[in-house]
Design a protein around this ligand. Structure first.
Ligand code: SF4
Ligand code: SF4
Length: 347
């Protein structure tokens, strides 16, 4: 039986998560964008705000209603909480007996994420598989009621409907302003108990129109086109800034950096995000093997869409559209694959 969660119930749910010991991360407005960060109550959510996204373009827009989850996806994904941009791997101090390792940092509190979209759930599953991460954040998934102009999750089979992988799933309704709720896990049901009322009338889901389409057959076969002339064309525009890899919820590459202080008595090793767009990333045996922007862009998109299947058994793209929105020159991953689409006249 479907259940209805009212606004007060959502507030109580966030409070219950915090009381249970979770660090609750949700959508909020900051820096003229919607970002995921710590929230305390529903007053922190971006009520009445949506976004406009297109190639190289992002703006907040007032929606004219009080929707709490009326945006598409936040500028950055949940990746930065599950796979942080910088992490200290260890620290060591010189003592009379030699170097001693500093004690590890105390364990972080478990994480709860209210506001996860279908594509983001798919991205978390991909990253967990790649990184062998068996942590399971508490997921309060919220279905998209409208898609952004850069979204193409439908092509990738990752959305917009949320089907699995959540603890609690919500569908926001406007009039009256409530959520249709259901739980898929025991811990979800336990937290939802007492906060909802049962209903026998669930409004039908409105269709969510995608802004982009990915030609997936060609995408899967990109590795067959290493010499396609399109690589030169896209390389002429690409700044190799790496923005696309930073905002992508599945990109996982890192590098390590060793640091010592001036005395040489204290040393640390840090892991931080790296990108296939940096020259140093392909440094092996005395030189980088991908020195040209063309080879770096080709590596990124070919791995993401094609050779990822060989490595991990799925696409590395979930169709969230962030790499299109946050590319400063508006390079569009769907347009690039479309340009290579078999049967199309060569450019
Ligand atoms: S495709 Fe766009 S975001 Fe990615 S490296 Fe090139 S210019 Fe930067
Ligand atoms: S490649 Fe682009 S659209 Fe695909 S998951 Fe990464 S950021 Fe999203």
């Amino acid at each position: 039986m479907p259940e209805i969660l009212e606004l007060g119930g959502l507030d109580a749910l966030i409070a219950a998560l915090r009381t249970t010991g979770y660090r609750v991360i949700g959508p909020r407005m900051a820096d003229d964008a919607i970002l995921y960060d710590d929230i305390q109550t529903i007053a922190d959510l971006p009520a009445g705000w949506g976004d406009q996204q297109s190639g190289g373009h992002y703006r907040l827009r007032p929606r004219g209603d009080g929707a709490l989850f009326g945006y598409t996806v936040a500028a950055q994904g949940w990746k930065r909480f599950l796979h942080p941009p910088r992490q200290r791997l260890f620290a060591a101090h010189r003592t009379e007996a030699g170097f001693e390792l500093a004690p590890p940092a105390p364990p972080e509190p478990p994480l709860a994420f209210p506001g996860v979209r279908a594509c983001e759930l798919a991205a978390m599953a991909i990253q967990a598989k790649v990184l062998g991460d068996d942590r399971r954040p508490f997921i309060v998934a919220v279905e998209c009621t409208e898609a952004g102009a850069t979204c193409f999750c439908e092509s990738m089979g990752t959305g917009p409907e949320i089907k699995a992988g959540y603890d609690i799933r919500l569908v926001e309704q406007k009039a009256p302003h409530v959520f249709v709720a259901d739980a898929a896990t025991e811990r979800g049901a336990a937290l939802l108990a007492g906060l909802t009322v049962q209903t026998d009338r669930v409004p039908p889901r409105a269709p969510v129109a995608m802004g982009r389409v990915m030609p997936t057959d060609t995408a899967m076969r990109l590795k067959a086109y290493p010499e396609h002339p399109r690589w030169d064309q896209v390389a002429a525009r690409c700044l190799t800034c790496g923005n696309c890899t930073m905002v992508c919820p599945t990109c996982f590459c890192t590098t390590v950096e060793d640091i010592t202080d001036l005395t040489g008595d204290h040393a640390e090793r840090w892991q931080h995000w790296d990108s296939c767009f940096s020259v140093e990333f392909s440094y092996i045996h005395g030189g980088a093997v991908r020195t040209e922007p063309k080879s770096r862009y080709r590596q990124w998109i070919t791995h993401k869409l094609s050779t990822w299947f060989d490595q991990f058994g799925s696409s590395g793209c979930v169709g969230c559209g962030r790499c299109i929105t946050w590319c400063p020159v508006g390079i569009d991953i769907t347009e690039e694959v479309d340009a290579i689409h078999e049967g199309r006249a060569q450019p």
